[in-house]
Design a protein around this ligand. Structure first.
Ligand SMILES: NC(=O)c1ccc[n+]([C@@H]2O[C@H](COP(=O)([O-])OP(=O)(O)OC[C@H]3O[C@@H](n4cnc5c(N)ncnc54)[C@H](OP(=O)(O)O)[C@@H]3O)[C@@H](O)[C@H]2O)c1
Length: 341
C-alpha cells in the first residue's frame, strides 16, 4: 500500500513542496505507526524551507529533500516489536513534536516519544498544542512566572504563538498590551488586550503613559536587538523579558546573547531570557510532558480555544504555506486528514 507526504524538494518558496509517495511498512522495533489526523503549518516550517533558519548552510542545516512539519496529532494504527504495554497502543490518540516530517499521511515514531492526546478534542485544535501553545505556556509560566494582576506586552500578538499567549494571559488574569497590524486588532480586544499598531505607533511611548511603573513581563516573538532593547526599557524592577522568536543569523544571535549576559548581570533587577523548545530534545522532557498534559486538559475543558484561520487537506501543504507567508493569517493554519475538512 502507498501513502503520501509533502516533500520540500529543495530550499525555496512554497512551490518546492511536492506530493511524494512512499510504501507503507510495518513499524520497526520500539516504533509505532501513526495515521496523521492533523498537522500545524508553523513559522519554523517556513524558515527552514526558505533557508532563513539559523543553521541553514552549516553542517547542522536542513538537507533536502525533506518533509517539513513541526508536529502532528494522529492515531496509532500499528505497533512494532518490543513496544512496552505502558506506551501507546493501537487506537490511541497521540501527538508528536517532529520538528520535520509532519506533512504526511503516516508517520513512524519512537513509542517512548509520544504525547498522550484526549480523544474528545478536535484534532485540528489539538495540533496547535505541541508547538505554538507549549511555547506560549512555558514562556509565560516557566520563564516569566507571571502572577494574577501582572502587566504584560506581547510582541507578535496576532500570530500562532501570540494568540495562544492572549488566551493563556486572559486565563492568568494579566493586564495585556499587544503589537499587531490594525486589521487584526479585534482578536486582541476579544481577549482583553490593548492593541498597539506597530506600523504607526511608538509602543514604548504608549506603554510608558499607560504603565508608568513599568511592565512585569514581555513576550517577544521577533527577537531583534531593537525590540529587545526597547522592551527592556519598559520592564519594571523584577520584570522579565522572554524572547522566543528566531534570530536573523549567528551575528544577531551573538549580539543578543551579549545583551542577555549584560542585562542579567546589571543590578537593576530586570531579567532577560531566551526560550526554545530545543530543550525538549537536549535536556529534560518531563516539564514538556507535564505542560502538554495541562494544555490538553485546558483544551478539553474549553478553557482555551485555539484560533484557526483556515484548515487545508493534509496534502495541500503548499497552499497552506502560501497563506501563512502572506501575512494575512490571524492565529494558526492547520492541515487535516480529508475526512476532517
Ligand atoms: N522558540 C521556539 O521554540 C519557537 C517555536 C515556534 C516558533 N518560534 C518563532 O516564534 C516567532 C513567532 O511565531 P508565530 O508562529 O507566532 O508566527 P506567526 O503566526 O507567523 O505570527 C507572526 C507575528 O509577528 C508579527 N509581526 C510581524 N512583523 C512584525 C514587526 N515588524 N513587529 C512586530 N510584530 C510583527 C505579526 O503581526 P501582524 O501579522 O499582526 O502584522 C504576527 O503577530 C517566529 O519567529 C517563529 O519562528 C519559536
Amino acid at each position: 500500500m502507498i501513502y503520501k507526504s509533502v516533500t520540500a524538494t529543495e530550499l525555496g518558496g512554497p512551490e518546492v513542496l511536492q506530493v511524494t509517495e512512499n510504501e507503507l511498512r510495518a513499524p520497526a522495533a520500539n516504533e509505532v505507526r501513526i495515521r496523521v489526523l492533523a498537522a500545524p503549518v508553523c513559522r519554523p516550517d517556513v524558515t527552514v524551507r526558505t533557508g532563513e533558519a539559523l543553521y541553514t548552510g552549516t553542517p547542522l542545516g536542513q538537507k533536502t529533500p525533506f518533509v517539513p512539519g513541526y508536529a502532528v496529532i494522529g492515531v496509532v494504527d500499528a505497533v512494532g516489536d518490543e513496544v512496552p504495554a505502558t506506551d501507546a497502543q493501537i487506537g490511541d490518540r497521540v501527538g508528536v513534536l517532529t520538528v520535520t516530517g509532519g506533512y504526511t499521511e503516516y508517520l513512524y515514531w519512537r513509542s517512548d516519544r509520544l504525547i498522550p492526546v484526549p480523544e474528545t478534542v478536535d484534532p485540528a485544535k489539538a495540533a496547535t498544542i505541541p508547538l505554538n501553545y507549549i511555547v506560549a505556556y512555558q514562556s509565560m509560566h516557566r520563564a516569566a512566572q507571571v502572577e494574577a494582576g501582572d502587566t504584560a506586552l506581547i510582541i507578535g500578538a496576532s500570530g500562532g504563538i501570540g494568540t495562544a499567549l492572549l488566551q493563556l494571559g486572559k486565563l492568568a488574569d494579566l493586564t495585556m498590551y499587544g503589537l499587531a497590524s490594525p486589521g487584526k486588532h479585534d482578536i486582541l480586544i476579544d481577549y482583553g488586550a490593548t492593541p498597539i499598531d506597530y506600523h504607526t505607533q511608538d509602543f514604548v511611548a504608549v506603554i510608558q503613559q499607560a504603565e508608568p511603573a513599568g511592565l512585569d513581563a514581555i513576550f517577544d516573538g521577533m527577537m531583534t536587538l531593537d525590540y529587545i532593547r526597547r522592551g527592556l526599557s519598559l520592564l519594571r524592577r523584577g520584570g522579565t523579558l522572554v524572547s522566543y522568536g528566531e534570530p536573523a543569523g549567528f551575528s544577531a544571535l551573538f549580539r543578543i546573547l551579549a545583551t542577555l549576559v549584560g542585562v542579567n548581570l546589571l543590578p537593576n533587577g530586570k531579567s532577560f531570557k531566551l526560550y526554545g523548545t530545543s530543550s525538549y530534545f537536549v535536556f529534560n522532557q518531563q516539564p514538556f510532558m507535564e505542560d502538554w498534559a495541562t494544555l490538553f486538559k485546558l483544551l478539553e475543558e474549553g478553557k482555551i480555544d485555539p484560533v484557526i484561520e483556515k484548515k487545508f487537506s493534509l496534502l495541500e501543504a503548499a497552499q497552506a504555506n502560501t497563506l501563512l507567508e502572506s501575512g494575512c493569517v490571524t492565529g494558526n493554519v492547520v492541515l487535516v486528514a480529508p475526512e476532517l475538512l
